[in-house]
Write a protein that binds this ligand. Structure first.
Ligand SMILES: Cc1cc2nc3c(=O)[nH]c(=O)nc-3n(C[C@H](O)[C@H](O)[C@H](O)COP(=O)(O)OP(=O)(O)OC[C@H]3O[C@@H](n4cnc5c(N)ncnc54)[C@H](O)[C@@H]3O)c2cc1C
Length: 314
């Protein structure tokens, strides 16, 4: 089985949309990725969904809060293999051997193939894509130099998956009701205090993009700023962050979604103060397109299962 090889329409669309030299390269890469999605990634996804869901390891043997998230080995392999294909990295950086950047069309084609097997994991991928977008567009030179190579990693650097934390208990749809507080430090960075109530990829991400209100900022969305929050400090310890619990979700079960508490988490302002909501909405627009690609992927899989009568669909 190969989700790409058996999809003439996708191939035709890409042939029309991509530069000829890029298409030749992408055609070869997607052929391999489409095979992987239909075979090992699919097998691992079934395991993750049914027996291998993420788990919270809240305390170590000494009773200290370590807030670690366990994911199964197959899932870890899927993470590694998918990012190494440049799904989040190549829209922003040069592809070795080609000498130019990839683009979102190629990335969305990968997302469409991935979602035919593992749509749950495509959620963290889109969070990482949103993080890459925000850092590439709005971060200072220094922050970009320190974090972006990790977020864009295709294997050469330690991978930092991303995350986007908006939702609070009192502010889901109403993001303007957010209360997480940012306290300015003399060195120009900030410390965050408060709680995020539905934080996907908690414990798996290397960095999270977090909306918070700097002390004294206006109420509503116009007083929210965007921060980069490293999950861990340089010594490997948690960065003033703890996970209270993982959500027991009906779906997207491959992703650890958590209630997260900040108690003095070190944070770096991204872009201008009080513009955070606007930046985040831009990034969410990217997630919307990814959601559309994932939905088409899921429909394609349903169609394929209905036609083939594959017993794994039952
Ligand atoms: C699988 C999953 C992953 C998620 N991951 C993240 C994440 O990574 N980061 C993050 O920040 N959030 C995340 N969320 C949270 C998500 O963004 C919120 O659930 C969403 O914003 C809705 O907020 P809420 O759940 O508080 O619902 P509410 O805002 O309480 O809404 C409940 C209902 O009321 C309706 N409603 C709300 N306001 C109005 C109004 N003014 N007029 C009429 N109707 C209204 C809504 O349409 C909805 O039907 C995730 C959620 C899920 C399910």
């Amino acid at each position: 089985m190969n989700f790409y090889k058996e999809d003439d329409d996708l191939r035709e669309i890409l042939k029309k949309q991509l530069e000829p030299s890029f298409f030749v390269w992408a055609d070869r890469k997607l052929n391999e990725f489409g095979r992987k999605c239909a075979q090992e990634i699919d097998q691992r996804a079934i395991h993750t969904d049914r027996e291998g869901q993420p788990r919270l390891i809240k305390f170590n043997k000494k009773g200290e809060d370590i807030s670690e998230v366990w994911v199964n080995e197959g899932y870890r392999n899927t993470v590694k293999e998918t990012y190494s294909e440049g799904i989040a990295g190549y829209p922003h950086k040069e592809i070795p051997g080609l000498g130019y950047k990839g683009n979102y069309i190629y990335s969305l084609a990968q997302g469409y193939l991935l979602s035919q097997a593992e749509p749950g994991f495509y959620c963290p991928v889109t969070l990482t894509m949103a993080t890459a977008y925000l850092l590439d567009h709005y971060a200072s030179k220094d922050i970009k130099a320190e974090y972006l190579p990790h977020v864009l990693s295709t294997g050469e650097e330690e991978l930092y998956e991303g995350a986007t934390f908006l939702t609070e208990r009192q502010g889901g749809s109403d993001v303007g009701a957010n209360e997480v507080k940012a306290v300015a430090l003399e060195n120009g960075s900030y410390q965050l205090y408060g709680e995020k109530y539905f934080a996907s990829n908690a414990g798996m991400c290397g960095v999270a993009m977090v909306l918070a209100r700097i002390e004294g900022a206006p109420r509503g969305t116009k007083g929210l700023s965007l921060f980069l929050v490293p999950w861990r400090q340089k010594d490997g310890g948690l960065n003033g962050i703890s996970i209270r619990r993982l959500k027991d979700k009906l779906d997207v079960r491959a992703v650890p979604s958590a209630e997260v508490e900040f108690e003095g988490a070190e944070a770096y302002l991204i872009g201008d103060q009080n513009r955070g909501f606007y930046y985040m909405v831009e990034a969410l627009n990217l997630s919307r397109v990814c959601n559309a690609a994932a939905s088409v992927g899921i429909m394609r899989r349903a169609y394929r299962e209905a036609r083939s009568g594959d017993e794994r669909a039952i």
